[in-house]
Design a protein around this ligand. Structure first.
Ligand code: IDP
Ligand code: MG
Length: 137
């Protein structure tokens, strides 16, 4: 089942020069492909749309501040079961709980600064792809 998902390499990943490492892991999965890519800074409106489900939670404001602290890399990734697969490749939200071998497990220590976002379902992927790549057919 070929799917499309939204990936964000967060400002910590960009600052730490991990773009190549992370995209390399994505491209290493057979058949998966990066089909769009953009480095950009995220404004408040975009972040509110993207992370709206978390508004009101204690971590929301620091999350938005972190996500606007520098450029991110937004990617569209396509391939076999890529939504579930990228969540597994990223690892769970808390990098200390994440398995070594996963991106968060290998590179992260702080829950907020966990390097990567990947859509968590088909519905989220459709919604988030529209925010970051509105021109996509
Ligand atoms: P996810 O990125 O694994 O889907 P979500 O629960 O959707 O995790 O949270 C979105 C982002 O908010 C996380 O990736 C992380 O950067 C941040 N976050 C989530 N929970 C916490 C927390 O308890 N403390 C600090 N930051 C958090
Ligand atoms: Mg999430």
């Amino acid at each position: 089942m070929t799917q499309r998902t939204l990936v964000l390499l967060k400002p910590d990943a960009v600052r730490r020069r991990l773009i190549g490492e992370i995209i390399g892991r994505i491209e290493a999965k057979a058949g998966w492909a990066v089909t769009a890519l953009e480095m950009r800074e995220l404004d408040q409106e975009t972040l509110e749309l993207h992370y709206g489900e978390h508004k009101g939670k204690p971590f929301y404001e620091p999350l938005v501040e972190f996500m606007s602290s520098g450029p991110v890399v937004a990617l569209v990734v396509e391939g076999e079961r890529v939504i579930e697969g990228l969540r597994r490749l990223a690892g769970p939200t808390d990098p200390i709980a994440a398995e070594p071998g996963s991106i968060r497990g290998d590179f992260g220590t702080i829950v907020r600064e966990n390097l990567i976002h990947a859509s968590d379902s088909e519905e989220s992927a459709i919604r988030e792809l529209k925010i970051f790549f509105p021109g996509l057919s």
